[in-house]
Design a binder for this molecule. Structure first.
Ligand SMILES: N[C@@H](CCC(=O)N[C@@H](CS)C(=O)NCC(=O)O)C(=O)O
Length: 215
């Protein structure tokens, strides 16, 4: 039996997990939660994950794991072959983790605040959060300098962790190709990977929600 992923499509971390699972050939059973209806706050789900976040993975033997970064590391360790997406070099692995923290500390917070406000608040986008996003783009532009992929010259877990969120942020604050040529070129590269298709349905849903507020 395949592991079950509790998820919502608009969640960027969920989409990173789906892309990695696809790239590794791991079958996943998708369990959609309606978090606007509070399905992540039921006693049953809180028993699985007291942090009440998606994505949450439940293995067939009942082991539970959450946080997109932890899940992709687990998938590659348990199901991956030949160090694919997670090269066997200590420094490269450390830089992949560094990119995970960059995603969690610089990219996720402004987007998450904007998204929460769309779903639960008045939907108005705080210009300070857009500034934070622009600053994060500037950092990412430098991080991508001089190599093809997020970390070095092969695809790694870092590409999937960053692409799902950056393509979502691009809808909120478009990434200009003149100011951020490295980001735009890298996005194109990732979009051409077969597993990228796992990112698309969630992006479409996000776009629909956003459209309501960006008039
Ligand atoms: N860093 C976490 C972020 C998880 C997260 O905050 N997910 C949001 C959806 S994008 C969520 O579950 N929100 C509901 C809540 O926190 O109650 C990860 O990578 O999994």
């Amino acid at each position: 039996m395949a592991p079950t992923l509790y998820m919502i499509e608009t969640s960027t971390s969920t989409r990173a997990v789906l892309m990695v699972a696809k790239a590794l050939g791991v079958e996943i059973t998708k369990h959609y939660l309606d978090i606007t209806a509070g399905e992540h706050l039921t006693p049953e789900f809180l028993k699985l994950n007291p942090q009440h976040t998606v994505p949450t993975l439940v293995e067939e033997d009942g082991k539970v794991l959450w946080d997109g970064h932890a899940i992709v590391l687990y998938l590659v360790d348990k199901y991956g072959k030949d160090n694919f997406l997670y090269p066997n070099d200590s420094y490269t692995r450390a830089i992949i983790h560094q990119m995970f923290y960059f995603e969690a500390e610089y990219l996720f917070p402004p987007l998450s605040k904007i998204t929460k406000n769309m779903f639960y608040g008045n939907g108005k986008i705080d210009p300070n959060l857009l500034d934070d996003m622009g600053e994060a783009y500037g950092i990412l532009e430098k991080l991508l300098e001089g190599h093809l992929w997020a970390v070095g010259n092969e695809t790694t877990l870092a590409d999937f962790s960053i692409i799902s969120i950056i393509t979502t942020m691009d809808m909120v604050l478009p990434i200009d190709s003149k100011t951020f040529p490295n980001i735009r070129a890298w996005i194109k590269r990732v979009e051409n990977l077969p597993c990228y298709k796992e990112n698309i349905p969630g992006l479409r849903v996000y776009k629909k929600v956003l459209k309501k507020y960006l008039k």
